[in-house]
Design a protein around this ligand. Structure first.
Ligand code: FES
Length: 423
């Protein structure tokens, strides 16, 4: 394995670009970041009756998420135990069984192998009970977000979220009914390492003025300029020791862009439920990442995952979620607002994708690779601010980025459970 200590100086705020380009490091991420971590799988609203399924990825491992006959959400490795083909090639749907299209082995919703063509050809010792789908051992959900991990003895999902849950609730817990998904899952490919997107959503409000200058002008009310200076001074960035991060302005005037949605919210009720600090903070414009590769934008209702597809490529999968209690026309306003801004052709999304691809395109050069990157903004500025849980920094800061990479370095240098017996 590669010791990445020399590549990530999280304390000094320096980063070596090999972590975005090196194939061996990327393979190690699959083993030590993606295999042991809680990874986002799907939203609970995608499963209403037994047999509803959604196929996704955990790192580069394909998985099926489904509701079994007992209405339990389970996840399986989407690979036939015979010759390894995927047993489900649809993106989503409803089924009774997953039948492999190669030779026809068939698995039920509980993952059991229930049908084998020409079974009489197998020896007596062949037991179908030994050849079921490999199940993801732990699947848990938090306010509608389903996560899974291959780690056989993980800390609970809730524990791994820590204080980050307080910030997530600003998007997920507006009332008892929770959230639902509107529209389908958008999927697109970007030339860029998955961490470029994950770290930006954890830590980077700094790029907004420059990268999104034209988009901000387009979206600003006529005759008004966005008040970024106020945003800068009053915003905060949450820095989580497990590598999560969130940034948000706290100036109420800069709160919301989709008027129909804004008008619908009952801010007094929200204040009562979530408290002033959350309503005038993380519930407004903001960005966040749950380590390693799940991110969200509270005001847009965008939740997304950055699927790794090699060191220099990612696939973005994005959902729009809304409060279940929203009437149809408000849901539609939220969906359209999210599409305009952070859909695959959204005005902000385009800017971000362009930046990540730009950084990636030159990162592999020999000399380029020997020149460190700077993550020093806001160094030493994290503290308990008395208003938000955990430690926060100025909004314009790399603090959550340094924490993201410190966590990455820690996992990359730690033998995962599956390596213990190979020592
Ligand atoms: Fe699935 Fe042969 S690979 S039945």
């Amino acid at each position: 394995s590669v010791d990445v200590s020399g590549l990530v100086d999280a304390e000094g705020g320096l980063l070596d670009r090999a972590i975005f380009t090196d194939e061996q490091i990327y393979r190690q991420e699959m083993r030590r970041i993606f295999a042991p971590s809680w990874l986002f799988l799907a939203h609970t609203d995608q499963f209403h009756r037994p047999g509803d399924f959604f196929t996704t990825w955990m790192g580069e491992d394909p998985v099926i998420v489904t509701m079994d006959k007992g209405r339990k959400i389970r996840a399986y490795l989407n690979s036939c135990r015979h010759r390894g083909a995927r047993v489900c090639r649809a993106d989503f749907g409803t089924t009774r069984n997953f039948t492999c299209t190669y030779h026809g082995w068939s698995f039920d919703l509980e993952g059991d192998l229930v049908s084998v063509p020409n079974k009489e050809g197998y020896p007596e010792s062949f037991e179908t009970s030994q050849w079921g789908l490999v199940e993801v051992p732990h699947v848990e959900s938090y306010h509608g977000l389903i996560f899974g991990t291959w780690n056989p003895s993980p800390v609970s999902l809730r524990e791994s979220l820590g204080d980050m849950a307080w910030y997530m609730d600003a998007m997920l817990d507006h009332d008892e009914q929770g959230t639902v998904v509107v529209g389908g899952v958008h999927k697109w490919v970007l030339e860029g390492n998955w961490k470029l997107a994950a770290e930006q959503f954890a830590t980077d409000w700094y790029h907004v003025n420059m990268s999104h200058a034209s988009a901000l002008q387009v979206l600003a009310p006529a005759g008004k300029k966005p008040k970024q200076e106020i945003v800068h001074r009053s915003g905060r960035q949450y820095v989580d020791p497990n590598g999560h991060g969130a940034g948000f302005p706290v100036h109420p005037r800069n709160r919301f862009d989709a008027k129909t949605v804004h008008d619908w919210f009952d801010y007094d009720a929200l204040r009562e439920r979530l408290g002033e600090a959350r309503v005038e903070g993380p519930l407004t414009n903001g960005h966040a990442t749950v380590f390693p590769n799940f991110s969200y934008l509270p005001v847009n209702g965008s939740i997304r995952i950055w699927h790794p597809k090699g060191p220099d490529r990612m696939e973005v999968w994005a959902w729009t979620i809304v409060d279940k209690s929203m009437p149809e026309e408000v849901r539609e306003a939220q969906r359209l607002y999210n599409l305009r801004t952070f859909g695959p052709s959204g005005v902000f999304e385009q800017d971000d994708g362009e930046n990540w691809s730009e950084v990636q395109a030159i990162a592999g050069g020999f000399i380029t690779n020997s020149v460190a990157l700077n993550y020093q903004m806001g160094m030493g500025g994290e503290r308990e601010d008395g208003r938000h849980p955990g430690r926060t920094s100025e909004l314009y800061s790399d603090a959550a980025g340094r924490s993201f990479y410190a966590r990455w370095r820690e996992l990359m240098n730690t033998r995962a459970w599956h390596e213990e017996d190979r020592a």
